[in-house]
Design a protein around this ligand. Structure first.
Ligand SMILES: [Zn+2]
Ligand SMILES: [Zn+2]
Length: 392
């Protein structure tokens, strides 16, 4: 473990260079052509068996030790966001309107670092390590598409690992938790149909704007009055649309929002109540509501045994890190689709540094990380793979 740590630390300058290059050249989901090129070239150079073009721009690579043992999948996402970067650093995005504001540039650099480190330590491994460089994590379903195109077959992984740099916490913090880690997400659309008319003659209309306001207010009773206080759920309305003029009561109104839950029971309860309230409130006001639910991603659930192995590996390779075993977030992540099929662990590595002004939230136009997180993440991920292959 000490050798692994020292070798990871030695990789630090290269990791920073790779991350900055990717940061300068961000690419949106399913358009990661340049990024995938960098990935494929590096992995081929390491002697790995590389497949490109999986789910358009995804890259899969196999590190085969030739010794019998389990297959470990390690997954890293590659896409950027449609945000105009406001940082003035010399490695700021050179593509207008596109930015690595979630840290997936760091993930690609870390993934390539893990491949380099584990290749150098191939003799101490057994089984095989399958690298999954995924496109389109940000709401476009890249993981699901790679699964459809066979990333979990030939060979089928026994365990799966993935991680996120995490600006909610400082460098030196690591969050590895068993069980529910990130919420499942559903989006909803409520269309309210009323009867339009003159703003000065409301009694001849069925006002969908008024119904919309009542529905939004009533939706907040679901978490406070229906979900058990010991459970967790979020309902947020993010978009409302109705009408064009100040003196016309429109014919229709529309509400868009998101629901986040950890368990199937709570999810079902929330979605059922959402439909009942929207339809009931609209009807009581002379309107008609139609609700459409779209499941975005399931919850991220970590396997207990794998999470414990990752915790133990992290403690051995970076004993000075603070390990938070109770961290949880209502954010979502499409690694959930992999973890639904393969026992595994998704974890967070603290990347903020308020003293250096590096603590803007993910998806903020000034998001940036303390690059000290890079070699530390390589060390933890590599140590976790090493412990996992010898765990059975
Ligand atoms: Zn993100
Ligand atoms: Zn992300």
């Amino acid at each position: 473990m000490e050798a692994l740590r020292q070798d990871a630390q030695r990789l630090a300058p290269e990791l920073v260079a790779v991350r900055r290059d990717l940061h300068r050249h961000p690419e949106l989901g399913f358009q990661e052509v340049r990024t995938a090129g960098v990935v494929a070239k590096t992995l081929t150079g390491l002697g790995l068996e590389v497949t490109t073009g999986v789910a358009k721009t995804g890259v899969v690579a196999l590190l085969e030790t030739g010794k019998p043992g389990p297959t470990i999948l390690v997954r890293f996402d590659m896409d950027a966001l449609p945000i105009q970067e406001q940082n003035t650093v010399d490695y700021a995005s050179q593509t207008p309107g596109v930015m690595h504001a979630c840290g997936h540039d760091a993930h690609v650099a870390i993934g390539l670092g893990v491949a380099r480190l584990l290749s150098a330590h191939r003799e101490e491994l057994r089984g095989r390590v399958k690298f999954m460089f995924q496109p389109a994590e940000e709401g476009l379903g890249g993981a699901e598409k790679m699964i459809q195109e066979g990333v979990l077959e030939n060979p089928r992984p026994d365990y799966a690992l993935s991680m996120h740099v995490w600006n909610e916490k400082p460098v030196g913090w690591v969050g590895i938790k068993s069980g529910a880690l990130m919420a499942g997400a559903d989006s909803f659309r409520i269309l309210i149909e009323g009867k339009g008319g003159h703003g000065a003659i409301p009694h001849q209309t069925a006002d969908p704007v008024y119904a919309m306001a009542q529905i939004i207010t009533a939706l907040q009773s679901i978490v406070s009055r229906n979900v058990s206080p010991l459970e967790t759920a979020v309902i947020s309305v993010g978009s409302v649309r109705a009408g064009e003029a100040h003196n016309i009561i429109p014919q229709t109104a529309e509400i868009l929002g998101t629901v986040r839950t950890y368990s199937d029971e709570v999810r079902e309860l929330v979605l059922n109540r959402l439909c009942t309230i929207a339809e009931g409130v609209a009807q009581s006001l002379g309107c008609r509501a139609t609700v459409k639910i779209n499941d975005v991603t399931p919850a991220v659930i970590n396997d207990k045994k794998v999470a414990q192995i990752v915790q133990s590996a992290a403690a051995k390779v970076l004993p000075e890190m603070t390990n938070d075993t109770s961290c949880q977030t209502m954010a979502s992540e499409d690694m959930a689709y992999v973890l639904r099929e393969i026992p595994g662990c998704y974890f967070f590595v603290g990347s903020a540094n308020p003293e250096k002004g590096l603590s803007f939230a993910h998806h903020h136009p000034r998001f940036d990380i303390d690059e000290e997180v890079l070699w530390r993440s390589v060390a933890i991920m590599s140590a976790a793979v090493m412990e996992l292959v010898w765990s059975e």
